[in-house]
Design a protein around this ligand. Sequence first.
Ligand code: EPZ
Length: 441
Amino acid sequence: MSGIICLEVCMVSTIEICGGKRLGGETAVQGSKNAVLPVLAATLLNQSESIIHNCPDLADVRTSFRIIEELGGRVYYSGHTAIVNTENVNVTKIPDSLMSSARSSVLFLGAMLSRLRYAEVTRPGGCAIGLRPIDLHIKAFRELGAEIDETGGKLYCSLENFKPGIIDLPFPSVGATENIMLISAVSRGETVITNAACEPEIICLQEFLNEMGADIRGAGSEKIYISGVEKLRKVEYTIISDRIFAATCAAAAACCGGDVLLKNTEPSHMRLMLSMLRDAGCRVSCNDDSVRIRACDRLRGLGKIITAPYPGFPTDMQPQIAVVLGISEGTSTVTESIFENRFKYVGELARMGANFKVESNIAIIGGIENYTGARVNAPDLRAGAALVIAGLAAEGITVVDDIYYIERGYEEFEKKLASLGAVIEKVSTEKEIQKFTLKVS
Ligand code: EPZ
């Protein structure tokens, strides 16, 4: 066996921060990543045009665009509006590279089975915050009449006859709830989901599908009723605001001190997070579509925080609130009850002087005066955003590597923070990487 080593030059980006600046001013909140992704999968169902406004420009969204185009659809995207036409969708395979690059790729499975009656996919990718199985999706599809065979790491799925019924979810899985809605919207009979996820993104998907002509009721509660319809039509829809993006910016303002106005947001989607910032000592005021956060003194600890399905404390805000608590008074604990591996950022924060101890799924956080700037790696999307927040508050310079994770969910995050007075920039440099190509003679 022989091989050749070649050098490849690629661009590597980092976020560099000079910390210690108070934040002030106003910024607009992006459209919701976790709302637009199931909506993009749903565009397969109307075999027509879908015009989607407030669509954020994110890596995961662009992955969904590419999946739609691979299946035979067309996508035009400009100025946060996506025009999707799925009239000619007829391909039943999603390339492994696209399936493995985002968790949301699995949401195309329900729509493909409904539209094409067949789908050949691999398991989805996504942030490595846990095993992230799809057993609840597969179990529900089988109960609804699908045949799913897994061999060689591929899922061969077919749907001859849809069998409406009651799907009892053992856990209010967001993705499984969305996939059941997608496979059942165009069908016959009534399908009911019990113990459904109640997130605002589920309500958004129901609204989008009903705008297309579906007949779905109950989203936002634990029971969703889907009366199958024969056909869906062209639709124009505006995606809700991203509650996690907004809450992340609120956590940054709390951590750095200052006075920040978040516009184009939905305060009712982040009620618990805002009440926690008030308990910690921030002044929070809300209008219909904006939130103002003022923080000046050192914040108080919050005792015990446990992540839970909506309307509980969102797991997607766990790293960010932990970073706020890391420089608040006293000791707090954060229990991660949704994912089994969502504390990977604790090691990176320790390099910034944080006093965290993790026992099983509980982080015990001893508040310190402040973080010290360091070079750190983003281990996943939300942890990456949390490390940026820590850098904004820290004394000195912080450099965050692997920021592609952050760009999966935060549109121009560093520019938005800079517009609020942070000294932060994205730095791209060329990096030579050795690539070894095996030559089997
Ligand atoms: C969605 O992921 C979100 N992603 C996640 O946001 C979010 O953290 C999560 O919901 C919980 O709110 C998108 O919407 C694209 P789940 P999803 O199914 O659907 C287990 C972010 O940062 N489970 O509710 O994958 C699973 O392992 C991302 O924006 C099974 O066991 O979440 C986890 O422990 C991260 N079997 C729990 O349920 C299944 O078949 C919650 O998963 C499915 C899930």
